[in-house]
Design a binder for this molecule. Structure first.
Ligand code: PHE
Length: 344
C-alpha cells in the first residue's frame, strides 16, 4: 500500500509538472484528491490494514495529500501569474503609435451666410420670424396682391400639392402672416430666412430649391429713404465699405413703388467687366414700399401705417462674396468645396 501511495504521488506530481492549463490542473485535483479520486480510493482500503500499520500508512497518505496539494497550489499560482502577464502584454498600449485624427465638421457655407445676415439685421433691431414651407395659395399669392389668374403669378413657377397648397415660391408669405397675427395693432420689424421652391431646371444659376431672406418694416412714417439707408448699411457690411448701391425701378405686385438693388461691382470697381456684364453693377435683391392693399388685407390702416420690404437670396450673396460660379455647389455637398469655408 505504501508503494501504491508513492507511485500515486509520483504520477500526480509528474502530471502537475506537465500541465500548462488551469483547467487541466483542476481536473488533476479532482482525479486524485476528489471524493471519487485515486487517493481517496487507496485510503478506503485502510480498513483492511493491521492496527500497527494503519497510523504509518495514514501518515504517508497525509503527506502524499499535502505534497500533491501544495504542488497543485504552486502550479496554479504559477499559471495564474503567467496568464496575467500574457494578458498585460497583449493589452499594453503602444504610446508611440500615431493617433487617429478626428474629423471636425463645421457649419455649411449657406448656414454661415444666413447667420451673418441675421446677426446684421438683429443688430439693426429686426426680429427673426419663421413660416411654413408648405404654404396656402392665399398667403403665397392672394394676401400679397396676386389674385388668382394674375399674370404676375407666372413670374414664379410653382410646385402645387393641391389646388390650395403649394411649396412656397418665396418667403414673402411670412410678411402677410406676421402682419395678420398682429391684426394691424403693432409695428413690425422682422426678417425671415427660409427655403423656397420653384419649378426651375437646375443649372449654374438656377435651383428648384434655394434660400431667401425676407425683410419687413412696418410702422408710422416709414419712408423709402429708410429702406435705402438700411440697404446701404447691409451692402457695405456684407461686401465692404467702398461698395455703392443703386435702386432701379422694378415691379412686384406686393410693393409700390418696387425696386431692385444693385451694388457696384467688386471685381472692376464699377468700370465694367465680365462679372458685371460690362455694366459696373450687380443685382442683389428686390425691395419696395409695402403695397397699401397688402397692409389693408393684413388689417393695417394704410393711411396710418406704411412700410418697406425686401427679399434676397443668400446663395447669390455668397456666390458674389466668394466668387462661386455654380449655385449647385451649395447642394451637392462636395466636402472639398465646403471645407474651404469652415472657420476653425
Ligand atoms: N418675393 C420677391 C421674390 O421672390 C422678392 C421681394 C421681397 C420683392 C420683398 C420685394 C419685397 O422675387
Amino acid at each position: 500500500m505504501k508503494e501504491e501511495l508513492e507511485t500515486l504521488q509520483q504520477e500526480a506530481l509528474a502530471k502537475v509538472k506537465q500541465t500548462e492549463k488551469l483547467k487541466a490542473l483542476q481536473e488533476i485535483r479532482v482525479a486524485y484528491l476528489g471524493k471519487k479520486g485515486s487517493l481517496t480510493g487507496v485510503l478506503r482500503g485502510m480498513g483492511k490494514l493491521s492496527k500497527e500499520e494503519r497510523p504509518v500508512v495514514g501518515e504517508i497518505a497525509n503527506r502524499v495529500r499535502e505534497t500533491i496539494t501544495s504542488a497543485l497550489d504552486d502550479k496554479s499560482a504559477e499559471l495564474n501569474e503567467q496568464e496575467l502577464e500574457e494578458q498585460l502584454a497583449n493589452e499594453s498600449i503602444d504610446v508611440t503609435l500615431p493617433g487617429r485624427s478626428v474629423q471636425v465638421g463645421g457649419p455649411h457655407l449657406l448656414t454661415s451666410i444666413v447667420e451673418e445676415i441675421e446677426d446684421l439685421f438683429v443688430g439693426l433691431g429686426f426680429e427673426i420670424k419663421e413660416g411654413p414651407e408648405v404654404e396656402t395659395d392665399y398667403f403665397n399669392f392672394e394676401a400679397l396682391n396676386l389674385p388668382k389668374n394674375h399674370p404676375a403669378r407666372d413670374m414664379q413657377d410653382s410646385f402645387y400639392l393641391t389646388n390650395e397648397l403649394l411649396l412656397r415660391t418665396h418667403t414673402s408669405p411670412v410678411q402677410a402672416r406676421t402682419m395678420q397675427s398682429l391684426e394691424g395693432s403693432e409695428p413690425v420689424k422682422m426678417i425671415c430666412p427660409g427655403k423656397v421652391y420653384r419649378r426651375d431646371t437646375d443649372d449654374a444659376t438656377h435651383s428648384h430649391q434655394f434660400t431667401q431672406i425676407e425683410g419687413l418694416y412696418v410702422d408710422k412714417n416709414v419712408r423709402m429713404s429708410d429702406l435705402k439707408g438700411i440697404l446701404d448699411v447691409f451692402a457695405k457690411k456684407m461686401f465692404g465699405d467702398e461698395r455703392e448701391i443703386r435702386l432701379r425701378p422694378s415691379f412686384f405686385p406686393f410693393t409700390e413703388p418696387s425696386v431692385e438693388m444693385d451694388i457696384s461691382c467688386k471685381v472692376c470697381g464699377g468700370k465694367g467687366c465680365s462679372v458685371c456684364k460690362q455694366t459696373g453693377w450687380i443685382e442683389i435683391l428686390g425691395a419696395g414700399m409695402v403695397h397699401p392693399k397688402v397692409l389693408e388685407m393684413a388689417g393695417y390702416d394704410s393711411s396710418v401705417y406704411s412700410g418697406f420690404a425686401f427679399g434676397m437670396g443668400p446663395e447669390r450673396i455668397a456666390m458674389l462674396k466668394y466668387g462661386i460660379d455654380d449655385i449647385r455647389q451649395f447642394y451637392t455637398n462636395d466636402k472639398r468645396f465646403l471645407k474651404q469655408y469652415h472657420q476653425a
